[in-house]
Design a protein around this ligand. Structure first.
Ligand SMILES: Cc1cc2nc3c(=O)[nH]c(=O)nc-3n(C[C@H](O)[C@H](O)[C@H](O)COP(=O)(O)OP(=O)(O)OC[C@H]3O[C@@H](n4cnc5c(N)ncnc54)[C@H](O)[C@@H]3O)c2cc1C
Length: 358
């Protein structure tokens, strides 16, 4: 078993920020590794732009090897299969086993999938991005009616990006479209979706898939062959089996220092964690990265930890698939090409900041 002082699990938004800080400034002492399923970290905010043809794949991902070299962190390309919080052991899919004095989890979430009987409908999940992009290429080359399940920011942006390529596109959401966002943004998004002839079904939770039909409770609501899963994050199953205290949905309960309540030697951030006031979105994960970098260095050096306070509001910028974007801030909303340019500026800035040279 290979021993480390600190193991970063998953190349999520917060860990990218940690690596960048350590590459730019002083890195804490000790043997440190990052475990990532791939050689790249994809930036979800740019995925809709990749689908609509605004970006190339290389624009939307950060190469991990140079960033890890800069931060003097060992890059282990493998998948975490299991974690034992009590013994601090990490089992990898390759069969290798690692042990860390400190662990930090930034592995994101899974997608919820309705139960399915029959194989008439092909379900494609938006994550992991590599397999989604391969599946999408196949779908794009041979278009057929498609339903998207999930009416959050991801579902809306993907529907707007895909509409040009898919003949009949339906978007299902369990509640109001873009719930949690302001009413103006909701109306603007509906307007754009109608313009692209996307059939939007609000308050229509999909309970199960039977043969070639989607059901909401006992009623068949759609018939077709392809379903894209883009509904809210579910927890990765191995987290609840790790011994870490998790909430009812299987996300790791953390304190404001970003440490697990039950196992303070394990940090957890981003979509895999649960903290009152923190939303599951890239914006929150990025902000947590600043406190995480400080606190990981603090535990390795024995200095005081900082507390993370979730911001009350966050700016929403949703790509409309035509180079433009919708903006939502508090009760205010707007839309147009200028916001698309603002989104590109921020998104490309994120990638540039983490694309380490040397
Ligand atoms: C299409 C789309 C558009 C979105 N747009 C926005 C947006 O504009 N703004 C916004 O704030 N949010 C957006 N989101 C939500 C956002 O993607 C997530 O909330 C955010 O990515 C969470 O960040 P994270 O750091 O927790 O995890 P992630 O960014 O999901 O990163 C997790 C990392 O862990 C890796 N991983 C997973 N399992 C394992 C394992 N077992 N072993 C090793 N590595 C593993 C993954 O490969 C990934 O690299 C969007 C989501 C989608 C799907």
């Amino acid at each position: 078993m290979t021993q480390y002082d600190l193991i970063l699990l998953g190349a999520g938004h917060a860990h990218l920020g940690v690596l960048r800080r350590w590459a730019m400034f002083e890195r804490p002492q000790g043997r440190i590794a990052l475990v990532s399923v791939g050689h790249h970290a994809w930036y979800s905010g740019m995925l809709p732009g990749l689908i609509s043809g605004q970006h190339a794949a290389d624009d939307c991902r950060v190469e991990l090897a140079p960033l890890c070299r800069g931060a003097k962190v060992e890059l282990i390309v493998d998948q975490v299969a299991a974690l034992q919080a009590d013994t601090r052991q990490v089992q990898l899919a390759s069969g290798a086993c690692l042990q860390g004095k400190w662990l930090s989890l930034n592995v994101g979430g899974a997608l919820s999938q309705p139960t399915q009987s029959g194989t008439a409908i092909e379900c494609l999940a938006v994550k992991p991005f590599e397999s989604f992009l391969q599946g999408w290429q196949r779908w794009k080359d041979d278009p057929a009616p498609t339903a998207i399940i999930g009416g959050g920011a991801a579902g809306v942006e993907l529907a707007l990006a895909m509409a040009r390529h898919v003949p009949h596109l339906a978007l299902f959401c369990s509640g109001r479209l873009l719930s949690g966002h302001n009413a103006g943004l909701h109306l603007r998004a509906l307007g754009h979706l109608r313009q692209r002839r996307v059939n939007v079904r609000e308050y229509c939770p999909i309970s199960h898939i039977e043969n070639d039909q989607l059901f909401s409770e006992q009623q068949a609501v759609w018939q077709g062959a392809r379903v894209l899963l883009a509904s809210g994050a579910a927890a990765l199953p191995w987290l609840a089996q790790s011994g870490l205290e998790c909430d009812a949905r299987g996300f790791v309960n953390i304190a404001p220092t970003l440490q697990s309540f039950s196992h303070p030697h394990v940090f957890a951030v981003g979509d895999c964690s649960a903290l009152p006031g923190a939303m599951r979105s890239g914006v929150y994960a990025v902000r947590q990265g600043q406190v995480l970098a400080n606190n990981l260095a603090a535990v390795l050096h024995g200095t005081p930890l900082r507390r993370y306070r979730p911001q009350r509001q966050s700016l929403a910028l949703l790509a409309t698939g035509d180079g433009g974007a919708l903006l939502g801030w508090r009760n205010w909303s707007a839309g147009g090409q200028i916001f698309g340019r603002l989104k590109d500026y921020l998104d490309y800035g994120f990638i540039r900041r983490h694309q380490w040279q040397g």
